[in-house]
Write a new protein. Structure first.
Length: 468
């Protein structure tokens, strides 16, 4: 693990770390007792099919059908290939006729402004907040050139505008992938350089403001591209500050340090008064806890507010394969249980900080895992944190684990659904990646299916009784 910036003041750094370790150990025992405590709120079992009473008959059927398909590992693992073949065999029109009302409608908000507005109004009526996500992302070897990055910028600015101007949420949020605006190759190179070079956040901020800064270790063209990328990100910061929280996604470990560096520079510029720029911490990484502690220390040193999206992480298989191929130690925790401990530990650190300084620290508990949600809710109640305060909220992907999202929303918590939008063509690659990343969640979605079935049976019975 290496720090992105100059070494943190060690004494304070260690004291934050030790305090949180001690606190989390002593509290863990108490919390475990509380979670088994019959006085824990009943809704935390997430077993009430009533959560779905707000869904239409067709939405229940659609969700059941799509989740049934997702329960076949072969279908999920090969969904990209299957979709390409089906499209070729039946033609684009036929393909869209099948995909649009089913998979697409389940996971995507729509294509036109009207369609998106309808989906968002619906979400709002369910008590959920949309978190718009432009479905653009690039990996190494997929770089598309400066023009394309400018087009992506226009799409992102449109996303800021939509998130803010339509009044779909009182505290709008959106997601941002830095690799949509700066090439993955450069992010990867910057990550390598950060192992030996220290980058000053002030220098990045000056570059965002348009100063012709030279960064060490980069060629002239790489430097020029970085400057343009930082200026693009500056435009997003300027458009969103005081209006929309921008949540920067975490991606692969071979670029994350560069993404975090850039995100911290954005935080330094735009998050002095409140957390308008957030970073993502992937708890499947062995170093996640230290990365979070480093970020907290940097936010103290540089006097900015810290917004944290806490996730388990989406790129496990590829990270592991790459580490094996390169003969490196696996960066991912060896088991799901270790990842869970890491998630719980980071959650504990953030909730404690928030209870002390709710204006300076914020978190979105971005998970479909019921146990993590239970922990977060229980700790919020213990610490006296407001259910719909600005500092703690929950996040799930659109179309997934609605029994968790709806139950939380019905009990007054602030819940965001990550919402991609765009044409079938634009969103399919995004959907395929998400399906593969979330296949363990999708395949284990038995409880949601059972609850959907119960609600469907209940409605059919009601209809039959009324007809008699
Ligand atoms: C709103 C939102 C935003 C997100 N943004 C990002 C992002 O920016 N970057 C990102 O990487 N992810 C992101 N994710 C997370 C990702 O998309 C998956 O949703 C997430 O990894 C699934 O974890 P879970 O907590 O929902 O489910 P769970 O079922 O509790 O956990 C499954 C996850 O556990 C981990 N895991 C499983 N088995 C093992 C094992 N053997 N060893 C170690 N770990 C294991 C993996 O991460 C796996 O995905 C986001 C999720 C949401 C809801």
């Amino acid at each position: 693990m290496f720090s992105l910036l100059r070494q943190p003041a060690l004494s304070r750094f260690i004291s934050v770390r030790l305090k949180s370790v001690a606190a989390s150990q002593s509290l863990a025992a108490k919390r475990d007792r509380d979670l088994c405590n019959p006085s824990s709120p009943d809704f935390l079992t997430f077993e009430d099919p009533q959560a779905f009473k707000v869904k239409s008959f067709w939405e229940l059927i659609r969700a059941l059908g799509v989740f049934r398909l997702c329960s076949f590992p072969a279908l999920v693992n090969n969904c990209g290939k299957l979709m390409t073949i089906t499209r070729k065999v039946f033609g684009k029109q036929c393909f869209c006729m099948v995909v649009r009302p089913s998979v697409y409608a389940q996971f995507v908000a729509g294509e036109t402004e009207g369609e998106i507005a309808d989906s968002m109004q619906k979400m709002r009526s369910l008590g959920l907040h949309p978190m718009l996500a432009v479905p653009i992302e690039e990996d190494l070897g997929e770089s598309t050139g400066e023009c394309r990055y400018e087009d992506n910028l226009a799409a992102m600015l449109e996303c800021v505008h939509m998130s803010h101007s339509k009044g779909w949420s009182k505290n709008p949020m959106m997601q941002l992938k830095i690799t949509a605006l700066v090439s993955p190759e450069l992010c990867s190179k910057l990550t390598s350089l950060l192992k030996t070079e220290q980058y000053d956040l002030n220098k990045l901020v000056r570059a965002m403001d348009g100063e012709e800064v030279m960064f060490p270790g980069l060629t002239e063209s790489e430097n020029a591209h970085l400057l343009l990328g930082l200026q693009r990100l500056n435009k997003i910061g300027e458009a969103s500050v005081n209006k929309v929280c921008v949540l920067v996604d975490a991606e692969y470990t071979y670029m994350n340090p560069a993404l975090s560096l850039i995100t911290m520079a954005m935080m330094k510029k735009f998050s002095q008064q409140s957390a308008w720029i957030w970073n993502t911490y992937q708890c499947y990484l062995k170093e996640s806890r230290n990365l979070l502690l480093d970020a907290i220390q940097t936010s103290i040193d540089q006097s900015f507010c810290l917004g944290v999206k806490l996730v388990r992480g989406a790129y496990m298989d590829k990270e592991r394969k790459l580490a094996e191929k390169e003969g490196r130690t696996d960066p991912i925790h060896e088991s799901w249980e270790h990842t869970n401990d890491s998630y719980n530990g980071c959650l504990e650190i953030m909730l404690n900080l928030i209870s002390e300084k709710p204006d300076r620290y914020m978190i979105i508990v971005a998970t479909h895992n019921e146990e993590s949600v239970r922990r977060a809710v229980t700790r919020m109640e213990e610490l006296g944190l407001h259910r719909d305060g600005n500092s703690v909220c929950f996040g799930q992907l659109m179309g997934m684990c609605d029994h968790v999202s709806l139950t939380l929303a019905q009990h007054g918590f602030s819940v965001y659904k990550s919402v991609p939008y765009g044409s079938v063509d634009d969103t399919l690659p995004y959907l395929v990646r998400r399906a593969q990343e979330n296949r363990t969640v999708l395949q284990g979605i038995r409880k949601e299916r059972d609850l959907l079935r119960q609600e469907l049976r209940h409605r059919l019975k009601e209809k039959i009784t009324r007809a008699r």
